[in-house]
Ligand binder design. Structure first.
Ligand code: DC
Length: 228
């Protein structure tokens, strides 16, 4: 079964998707981590500004980029690898967050990422989260969920997460980044964030992770019952 979870930045997609994958014993794939890894690659190469003026510049690098997810037993989580290097923490930095929406507007970059996502997920029991999973990557997904939450609540969650990681940021900075990313994600030409016609909306503004999982399991069981 394929479960697609799309939605806004910091709407809790990965927490929700990971909890589902754990409960059902499915593979979890964080598609946003791939766009982040690609952005980190561009930042390190110092080519962001060049790519901004000439998007085609990125193409020559795409073929040399390998992204994997490897399970870390000690941390009990999948971690993102860029060309063999563990970049799980670095891809969550503000520097990457500031540029990733731009990088993910580039058509050739999206095609490359979608190819990897399909290869990773084809014919498997998976939960994948992102922006275009139910609309582009797996339009035939068995369950599609569109996650949303109030922008202040999303900013608060992200702010807390960054503070816990020891990063010095202000709430206003975090909120501004989220508002900007929402705008770019929804208005870009290539695969903009939008609800698939057959996706079910979940507004989790006032829900705990446990309540969301319970909501999902009820949905999952009712879909299973209807299939039988
Ligand atoms: O989910 P996230 O915030 O880690 O995603 C990082 C960025 O990647 C986000 O700004 C939009 C982009 N993205 C995308 O365009 N398509 C996806 N399937 C996943 C993420």
């Amino acid at each position: 079964m394929t479960i697609a979870i799309d939605g806004y930045s910091s709407s809790g997609k990965s927490t929700f998707a990971k909890a589902i994958a754990k409960k059902l014993n499915y593979l979890y794939i964080d598609s946003g981590a791939m766009y982040r890894a690609l952005t980190l690659f561009c930042l390190r190469k110092g080519i962001i500004e060049e790519v901004k003026t000439n998007e085609g510049k990125i193409d020559q690098y795409l073929k040399n980029i390998k992204i994997d997810f490897i399970f870390n037993n000690r941390q009990n989580r999948y971690e993102t690898y860029l060309n063999g290097e563990n970049v799980e923490d670095e891809i969550r930095s503000i520097a990457v967050s500031e540029q990733v929406s731009f990088i993910s507007t580039i058509k050739s970059a999206r095609e490359k990422m979608v190819g990897i996502q399909r290869d990773l997920g084809q014919n498997k029991n998976i939960v994948m989260d992102g922006r275009d999973i139910g609309t582009v990557v797996f339009p035939e997904a068995d369950i599609k969920i569109y996650l949303t939450a109030d922008v202040d609540i999303r900013a608060q969650r992200r702010y807390k997460e960054l503070l816990e990681k020891g990063l010095k940021v202000s709430f206003e900075e975090v909120k501004k980044n989220i508002v900007e990313r929402d705008f770019i994600d929804e208005n870009r030409k290539e695969s903009p964030l939008r609800k698939a016609d057959d996706a079910i909306v979940l507004d989790n503004s006032n829900m705990t992770p446990d309540e969301q999982l319970e909501w999902f399991i009820n949905l999952y069981n009712s879909i299973k019952e209807n299939d039988n």
